[in-house]
Design a protein around this ligand. Structure first.
Ligand code: PLP
Ligand code: ZN
Length: 425
C-alpha cells in the first residue's frame, strides 16, 4: 500500500519499515504496541480521499475509507467482509433529557455482520492476511474478536483457529463453531488464552490477530472515529457536500484491553493530521469496577499498568492485564477526557436504559459505555450542551443470560382472559 510508511513503537518511538516486522517492537517482549504510520501528505493530495469524495461514495462500510487504511482493497464485493461498519448513530433524546443533557447519540456497533465492534478489526486483519498470503489466521478472544475473525475468515474462505476461555458465553462459542473455525476452549481465563495463542502462532506459523499485539486491529477500529465524524457532520448539515468534518465534544467507550479506545483515538489523530477535523474530542474510557486496570493507571497518572484479578459480568472487558493499556491511558489523558468506573449493577441498569430509551439491545460490555455517561452526568461532570457519542460495542443476543438478569423473568399464566386481567391489573 502506497500510503503505508511503516511502524512506530508506542513505547520507545523506534521506527520499522513495513516489511521488517509483523507484530510488536522487539525491545519490550510482547507489549510494545506499534502504531501504523501513514503518509498523510499523500492522502491529502489524493483526489479520491477528501470529505467531499468520500461523501459521494456509495460504499456504506468501513471500505469507504480505504484510502486512509494501510491495506489494499481486499475485493470480495458482495460478501460480509464488505458489510462491516457504517453502523447507525441514533439520537437518544429521551435518555439525554433524563440525564439533563441535550445532545446524546448512540452508535450501535452491535449491527455489524457478527454483531460486535470487533468486525472492524477482523476485516482489516483479514485484508492484510489476503495481501500477505498467509494460510491460517488465529486469535485469542473472550468471544467477540474470535467470532469476528471466524466470520470474516468464512467470508473469504480462510482457515481460522480461535482460543477462548472455557467460560465464554454460549452464544459466542456457538458463533465460533457455526463459522467453521477450529475452536479451542482453554481451562483458564482470557489472559491464559492470549499467551497460549501467541505461543501456538509462533509454533505453527499462524497469522495472529491478538488484540494489543497485531498492529492492524487499531487500523480497523479507527474507522469508527471516521464514521462518528462523518455521520455527525451529515446529521448537522442541512444540504450540500462537506468540505470538512465536525467532531463531537466527547466519545464514551468501554475499555478492556484498551484497543478500541486506542483505535478511535488513532482515527481522530489521523483526521486532525489531515485537517479534516479541527479539534480533538475528549475520550471517555469506561471500565467495570472488577476490571479497572487502565482506569487505575490513569488515576495514578502513569502508563505503567498493574494487573488486576478481573471479575465482572461484562465478559468482553474482563481482562487482568490490558494488552493495549499504555495507549488506552494516553487516549484519555492526551484528549483531556477521563476514566469512569461503574459497578455490575450500573451496567445492568444501563442495558435496560439503552433498550428502553433508544431501542438498542446491548451486551453488558456494550452498555458499559452508557453506564459511564450516566454516572458522569449524575456527578455533574458533563455540560448540558455538549455533543456526546456513546459507542455500543456488542449486541445483547450475544449473552442472553446477562440480558435476563437485567430484564427479569416474564410472568407465566393459564390461557384464560381472567389470568390476563389478573396480570394487567
Ligand atoms: C472487545 C470489546 C470491548 C473492549 O475492547 P478493548 O479493545 O478490549 O478495550 C468492549 N465491548 C465489547 C462488546 C467488546 O467485544
Ligand atoms: Zn519499542
Amino acid at each position: 500500500m502506497a500510503n503505508f510508511l511503516g511502524y512506530k513503537c508506542s513505547l520507545c518511538g523506534a521506527e520499522y519499515a513495513p516489511d521488517k516486522i509483523q507484530y510488536v517492537c522487539p525491545k519490550h517482549g510482547d507489549s510494545g504496541n506499534l502504531d501504523v504510520v501513514l503518509d498523510t501528505t499523500a492522502i491529502r493530495y489524493n483526489p479520491a480521499s477528501s470529505p467531499a469524495a468520500i461523501a459521494a461514495s456509495r460504499d456504506f462500510s468501513i471500505w469507504r475509507y480505504q484510502t486512509l487504511l494501510p491495506v489494499a482493497d481486499p475485493g470480495f464485493e458482495g460478501t460480509p467482509l464488505r458489510a462491516v461498519g457504517w453502523t447507525p448513530m441514533y439520537r437518544a433524546d429521551r435518555l439525554a433529557s433524563g440525564l439533563g443533557l441535550k445532545n446524546v447519540f448512540v452508535k450501535d456497533d452491535g449491527r455489524n455482520p457478527t454483531a460486535s465492534f470487533k468486525d472492524r478489526a477482523s476485516a482489516v486483519v483479514v485484508a492484510r492476511a489476503l495481501e500477505t498470503g498467509v494460510k491460517t489466521v488465529a486469535a485469542a478472544s473472550t468471544g467477540n474478536a474470535g467470532a469476528a475473525l471466524a466470520g470474516m475468515s468464512a467470508a473469504v474462505n480462510l482457515p481460522a483457529v480461535i482460543l477462548a476461555p472455557e467460560s465464554a458465553p454460549q452464544a459466542k462459542v456457538a458463533q465460533l463453531l457455526m463459522f467453521g473455525a477450529r475452536v479451542i476452549l482453554v481451562k483458564g481465563n482470557y489472559d491464559a488464552a492470549f499467551d497460549l495463542t501467541l505461543a501456538a502462532s509462533r509454533e505453527f506459523g499462524w497469522y495472529c490477530r491478538n488484540t494489543g499485539y497485531n498492529p492492524f486491529t487499531v487500523e480497523g477500529k479507527k474507522t469508527a472515529a471516521f464514521e462518528i465524524c462523518e455521520q455527525f457532520t451529515l446529521r448537522t448539515m442541512k444540504s450540500g457536500t462537506p468540505r470538512q468534518w465536525r467532531a463531537p465534544d466527547r466519545i464514551f467507550v468501554s475499555v478492556g484491553d484498551g484497543n478500541i479506545i486506542s483505535g478511535i483515538h488513532k482515527g481522530l489523530k489521523d483526521l486532525l493530521a489531515l485537517g479534516w477535523i479541527d479539534r480533538m474530542p475528549k475520550m471517555m474510557g469506561v471500565q467495570a469496577e472488577g476490571s479497572a486496570a487502565c482506569a487505575n493507571a490513569w488515576a495514578a497518572n502513569t502508563e505503567t499498568i498493574t494487573p488486576v484479578q478481573a471479575d465482572t459480568i461484562a465478559d468482553s472487558i474482563s481482562v487482568d492485564l490490558p494488552r493495549d493499556g499504555a495507549r488506552a491511558v494516553r487516549a484519555v489523558r492526551d484528549t483531556g477526557g477521563a476514566y469512569v468506573v461503574v459497578s455490575d449493577d450500573e451496567i445492568l441498569a444501563a442495558m435496560r436504559d439503552l433498550a428502553r430509551g433508544v431501542a438498542v439491545f446491548a451486551e453488558p460490555a456494550g452498555a458499559t459505555a452508557y453506564a459511564g455517561l450516566a454516572k458522569a452526568a449524575r456527578e455533574g461532570k458533563i455540560g448540558a450542551d455538549e455533543t456526546i457519542v456513546v459507542m455500543n460495542t456488542g449486541n445483547g443476543l450475544k449473552d442472553v443470560k446477562s440480558a435476563m438478569k437485567a430484564a427479569g423473568e416474564a410472568v407465566v399464566i393459564e390461557p384464560t382472559l381472567e389470568a390476563v386481567k389478573a396480570v394487567i391489573s
